[in-house]
Design a protein around this ligand. Structure first.
Ligand code: PLP
Length: 222
């Protein structure tokens, strides 16, 4: 037997940390969905993760995602800021678009869904720290936008996603997103990455998005 691959070992470590964080928060570890963020990593890395038992992946660029996916048996989330002109490709490829953040993108997604007869699940991305460089609907516009997206997409709108400001305690931002999801009766809270997923789980994350802790470090661009 060869040694389990680095990805398989990382996955085991992450699963153990998820279980620990969930138990510490009085939650059932099976409530927490791990999304393996495979951006910048080759399709072979995705296949390796699948061999180790992970079947849900996230990519932040549609073009790059299209070079690796679809893969039979794998679910794909588009997790990065999505250009309107990439919406049709995202609708074709993704099981979930986690970065819905403006009316024109909603228009493009709706149009593509009509044409293709396929609507992925959707998350509204909230710019929870109101950072100018980040995508996401501004926090103080989020309630109105979420209501509009609910009216437009119905049950396809599953929940909310955020990336808190770097170098700050993320907990208050996670809490704020969870509260918004509660208010709107949305089940999914996608929050938490390699550096902060334990805190996110403590604040009610249902989905965490793990890149570097699973696949290793990325080259500079991501
Ligand atoms: C890259 C990325 C992640 C994963 O980041 P890591 O710190 O490598 O775990 C999660 N979410 C989004 C939106 C990303 O772009």
């Amino acid at each position: 037997m060869p040694d389990p691959s680095l990805i398989a070992r990382n996955l085991e470590t992450i699963r153990a940390h998820i279980a620990q964080a969930a138990r510490a928060a009085g939650r059932d570890p099976s409530e927490i969905v791990l999304i393996g963020v495979s951006k910048t990593h080759p399709k072979a890395a995705v296949l390796e993760a699948m061999a180790a038992g992970l079947f849900i992946f996230g990519e932040n660029r549609v073009q790059e995602a299209a070079e690796k996916f679809p893969i039979a048996g794998a679910r794909l989330h588009i997790i990065g800021g999505l250009q309107t002109n990439k919406a049709a490709q995202a609708v074709r490829l993704a099981d979930s678009i986690d970065s819905l953040d403006r009316p024109r993108l909603a228009d493009a997604i709706a149009r593509a869904a009509d044409e293709k007869g396929r609507l992925p699940e959707l998350l509204v991305q909230v710019n929870i720290g109101d950072e100018p460089q980040k995508s996401g609907v501004p926090a103080d516009e989020a309630d109105a936008f979420i209501r509009a997206m609910r009216a437009r997409f119905g049950d396809a709108l599953k929940g909310l996603m955020c990336i808190p400001p770097e170098a700050e305690d993320p907990a208050p931002y996670f809490r704020r997103l969870a509260t918004m999801a509660d208010i709107h009766g949305l089940a999914v809270r996608s929050m938490g990455m390699s550096s902060d997923y334990a805190a996110a789980i403590a604040e009610g994350a249902t989905h965490i998005r793990i890149g570097s802790a699973l696949f290793g470090h990325r080259s500079a661009r991501a």
